[in-house]
Design a protein around this ligand. Structure first.
Ligand code: APR
Ligand code: PHB
Length: 391
């Protein structure tokens, strides 16, 4: 097979890249180890920044989003006996949108299917070749067991944190930074109307809790738990009791309404960045180059920002022979990556209990500052609602 861009991974980064490239008149083939149903069914984060929504709309992917997403003006930040609302619209002129990654993925798959996009699902043995030449290629075994090769002008690794692309950069070239956190999140989906109009981020001595949502009938909630926690050891009753305590059920008349839990899982938390995001004819985008902990919901937004930069860069390179944007891609993308890496780390360290009384006082001091000073609140709001693409 021959194409202009071989894309490894059919997650949001890979599928959106294929979509944006097609709009520029660039052909691509997408390769994915999992089944279409598996990729579509994965439950991930659910907050889109204003710039992500703008990009999806301008790419013709905003129709269902405009009908179904909830636009939120901001978030609540709280600690025992105090709840504060940060109004991002007032502070920065930008809002955020509740629309699950699962929905974004569905819209992308539908749009690419309608356009006849070539996607090979359930492949195996993905190997990248000749990345420093003008004819790189990817070999794999297709779903019928036949050995295949895609030769392209460019290969893009959108294969997430476990894919082979990031390791395809030579050892002497790549550099990585990593931080693991001593806690994880226990996440649940519940068939119950959200008990809040906007997301609640709660600091509590027992551990962090987050009240998020997916729709007017489905709530998504998280609890800080120790690493290595088995989700099955937390009964539904224990989960709702802990959420009620940490989210402040009964304080100021606020109530958390429990409901049937339909999904329960533990998410590890990690920060990771690998540079450069381009080597020869290989480009990395999304989780293949960087992972953030979920506090602040940056993962999907960063993946979208990467491909928002990469698509025009590849179009200029492949259609006009102009390599300037492609040459600048890694450096430009990494500015935002490090900003979001810092923001996600900062939100995580401000909100998660460590058991250290000194940390606790600093966290409370920081929370008081971001909720009472306009400068503090604006800094959080600007990062949460998202810097413009190209920052
Ligand atoms: N060959 C082909 N595809 C692969 C391979 C491989 N060897 N290894 C992994 N993949 C696929 C995975 O199965 C997955 O579908 O690459 C895809 C990567 O998708 P995501 O993990 O969703 O990553 P990305 O598209 O970068 O999206 C980032 O996902 O993890 C969240 O917080 C993150 O929301 C953000 C988003
Ligand atoms: C979610 O809804 O899954 C979510 C929302 C906000 C976060 C993390 C996850 O910071």
């Amino acid at each position: 097979m021959r194409t202009q861009v071989a894309i490894i991974g059919a997650g949001p980064a890979g599928m959106l890249l294929a979509h944006l490239l097609a709009a520029e008149g660039v052909e691509s083939i997408v390769l994915e180890i999992r089944s279409q149903a598996y990729v579509a069914g994965r439950i991930r984060a659910g907050i889109l920044e204003q710039s992500t929504v703008d990009l999806l709309r301008s790419a013709g992917l905003g129709e269902r989003l405009d009908r179904e997403a909830f636009e939120h003006r901001g978030i609540y930040l709280q600690w025992p006996d105090e709840r504060h609302h940060l109004d991002f619209v007032e502070l920065t002129g930008r809002s955020v949108f509740v629309y699950g990654q699962t929905q974004v993925q569905k819209d992308l798959v539908a749009a690419r299917e309608a356009a006849g996009q070539e996607v090979h699902y359930e492949i195996s043995d993905t190997v990248l070749h000749d990345l420093e030449s003008d004819e790189p290629s990817v070999t794999f075994t297709d779903s019928s067991g036949v050995a295949q090769r895609v030769t392209a002008s460019v290969v893009v690794g959108c294969d997430g944190s476990f894919g082979p692309s990031r390791a395809a950069l030579p050892d002497g070239v790549r550099r990585s930074w990593e931080k693991t956190y001593p806690h994880s999140w226990l996440g649940i989906l519940a068939d119950v109307a959200p008990s809040t109009d906007e997301l609640i981020y709660a600091w509590h001595p027992d551990g962090f809790a987050l009240h998020s949502m997916r729709s007017s009938t489905v709530s998504r909630l998280y609890l800080q738990v120790p690493n290595g926690t088995d989700a099955q050891t937390w009964s539904d009753d224990r989960i709702w009791e802990s959420l009620a305590t940490r989210l402040g059920h009964g304080e100021g008349g606020w109530k958390l309404t429990p409901g049937p839990i339909t999904e329960k899982s533990v998410l590890p938390m990690r920060s990771f960045v690998q540079t450069p995001m381009r080597h020869g004819r290989l480009f990395l985008a999304g989780d293949s180059a960087h992972i953030v902990p979920p506090t602040g919901a940056k993962g999907l937004n960063l993946a979208v920002a990467d491909v928002g930069l990469l698509a025009p860069a590849l179009a200029a390179l492949l259609l006009g022979g102009d390599s300037r944007l492609a040459d600048a891609y890694s450096e430009t993308a990494l500015r935002r990556v490090w900003r979001c890496t810092h923001f996600s780390w900062w939100m995580t360290t401000m909100l998660h209990a460590t058991g250290d009384p000194f940390d606790e006082q600093l966290q409370l001091s920081q929370l008081r500052w971001v909720t009472s000073s306009e400068a503090g609140a604006t800094g959080l709001a600007e990062n949460y609602a998202g810097l413009p693409i190209g920052f």
